[in-house]
Design a binder for this molecule. Structure first.
Ligand SMILES: Nc1ncnc2c1ncn2[C@@H]1O[C@H](COP(=O)(O)OP(=O)(O)OP(=O)(O)O)[C@@H](O)[C@H]1O
Length: 276
């Protein structure tokens, strides 16, 4: 088996102080402790992401998908669990326990994130080129000409006209904002791209272009992606393998075709059949 680029073991994220009942594995009401009301947003999640693959994460609203992505990107702390990146200290160092500075290094060099809400990933008042340059500078770039070349290359890759590179994303349509966000996330050639519901809320035709772009980027840059979506059509189009989340836990995983054509868990069956 080839080496994974990302390995996550027993990831748990909870909101609340917990009580003896839920700490000892008492039955939850969906993801919430009936006694102390602690929310177990992710519980004992294990993931391996391999080089060049797209791993889909699907599940209903509240199943823990965004929590998983945001905790992988260190947007908030995990309660328990371990993570390892092939490109960080050869996969030998646990990432969640690193210092803030090391986490920044990982975010600037090894992982890129594209949020559902472009306001979380972009400075809406900066120029698009400035947004990308910010990411390059954070990774230590200082040479203006080289940065300018890289910005040109990235905007070309996401099909944003060079004539618009000085415009701020707030002037752009939702689909264009997502493309600027993708170019910013790719700025420092990360090994891994995290994509959190990136086409949700876009018109169907715009959605199709963004999805096509993601496919092209995977082929061109051979980048590994973790792709969260509640939309099975998006998952079918892009993901090689898929994990299904319910109430903070992974309940089923496998090759995407297998999961969608022959779901085993009753919840996945319901999810798939509701689309037929
Ligand atoms: N700050 C918080 N405090 C308490 N509970 C929270 C907090 N943030 C998220 N949750 C809860 O954690 C659970 C997982 O939420 P999360 O946003 O990860 O789900 P999701 O699958 O991404 O859903 P959606 O698609 O609606 O964003 C939900 O029950 C949510 O209410």
């Amino acid at each position: 088996m080839e080496q994974s680029v990302l390995k996550v073991e027993h990831l748990t994220v909870r909101y609340g102080r917990t009580c003896e009942y839920c700490r000892n594995g008492g039955k939850l009401d969906k993801n919430t402790c009936p006694h102390c009301k602690t929310v177990w947003a992710c519980k004992d999640v294990n993931i391996e992401l391999y080089e060049g693959e797209i791993l889909g994460v699907v599940g209903e609203s509240g199943s823990g998908k965004s929590t998983l992505m945001k905790s992988l990107y260190f947007d908030f702390p995990v309660t328990e669990g371990r993570g390892y990146l092939r490109d960080y200290e050869g996969g030998e160092e646990e990432i969640f326990s690193q210092s803030l500075q090391q986490k920044k290094f990982i975010k600037n060099h090894i992982m890129g994130m594209v949020y559902q809400n472009p306001m979380l990933g972009l400075k809406m008042d900066y120029s698009s080129a400035g947004n990308i340059a910010e990411k390059l500078i954070a990774a230590g770039h200082r040479n203006y000409a080289r940065m300018n070349d890289r910005v040109t290359e990235l905007l070309d890759a996401v099909e944003i006209l060079q004539s618009r590179k000085k415009e701020p994303p707030k002037n752009f349509s939702g689909g264009m904002q997502q493309r600027v966000q993708i170019s910013k996330a790719l700025a420092n050639n990360p090994a891994i791209l995290l994509l959190d519901e990136v086409t949700t809320g876009l018109d169907l035709s715009v959605q199709a272009r963004v999805l096509e772009l993601i496919r092209t980027i995977r082929q061109k840059f051979h980048i590994s992606m973790l792709l969260v979506s509640h939309d099975l059509a998006v998952i079918r189009m892009l993901a090689d393998r898929t994990i299904v989340m319910l109430d903070g836990r992974i309940i089923e995983q496998g090759l995407t075709d297998q999961i969608l054509d022959d779901p085993q868990h009753p919840y996945t069956q319901q999810l798939v059949h509701s689309l037929l």
